[in-house]
Structures are given as structure tokens and as C-alpha cells.
Ligand binder design. Structure first.
Ligand SMILES: [Cu+2]
Length: 114
């Protein structure tokens, strides 16, 4: 048992409980890493309203183009540099597909549940 760990999650819990009005906040964001020319994890399930964060951990730029279940398209900056994050909130249930505009092999899918 790490003594600091429980305390950290207690603080996180209080922070979430203290901000019930945050739009669609379901807790911690779902994180997708961009590493070694791939999205990790490439497929994931979230709840409608969850915040999804893509972070580029590669030393070369990538991008994120996402087609939401309702047909809406979300785009990151053309070139997301190392350490930069692109966040999106999907409010419509269904399947969203996304890809990197710079590297054709980089793609993934997000299933949005109600
Ligand atoms: Cu890329």
C-alpha cells in the first residue's frame, strides 16, 4: 500500500464532486496516446459526453481528424507537435472513426455509448 496513492485519489474525487456543473464531465478524460506512428489504444469505448484527449508522444508531428457519429468532423491543428494535446467531446452515441492526416496507416475507432 502506497500511503500517497489513496490520498491522491481522494483529492481527485473531491475535485470531481465539487464541480458537478462542468459540462458533461464524467470524471477523468479518456486518453489516447500517439506513439511510434500509431494510436494507443486504437479502439476504445467511451460514454457520450466524455472528454477524449489525444497526446502526441512522438518527436515528429501527427494530426487527428475525427468523424463523429453525427457526421460532424473534428480536426486538430494540421501538425500536432510532440507533447501537444487535442481534446474532443462526443455527445452522440455511435461509432466515430479517426485518423492521422499525415500518415495513412494511422487510424482508430471510438465507440460512443449513451
Ligand atoms: Cu501521424
Amino acid at each position: 500500500m502506497l500511503p500517497g496513492r489513496g490520498f491522491f485519489f481522494l483529492i481527485m474525487g473531491l475535485a470531481v464532486a465539487a464541480s458537478p456543473s462542468a459540462a458533461g464531465a464524467q470524471g477523468a478524460p479518456t486518453k489516447i496516446a500517439i506513439e511510434h506512428y500509431a494510436f494507443d489504444p486504437p479502439t476504445i469505448s467511451v460514454k457520450a459526453g466524455d472528454r477524449i484527449e489525444f497526446t502526441n508522444n512522438d518527436q515528429i508531428p501527427h494530426s487527428v481528424v475525427l468523424e463523429a457519429p453525427n457526421g460532424e468532423t473534428f480536426r486538430s491543428r494540421e501538425q500536432l507537435d510532440e507533447g501537444e494535446t487535442f481534446a474532443v467531446v462526443l455527445s452522440t452515441p455511435g461509432d466515430a472513426v479517426y485518423f492521422c492526416d499525415l500518415h495513412s496507416g494511422m487510424r482508430g475507432k471510438i465507440t460512443v455509448a449513451k
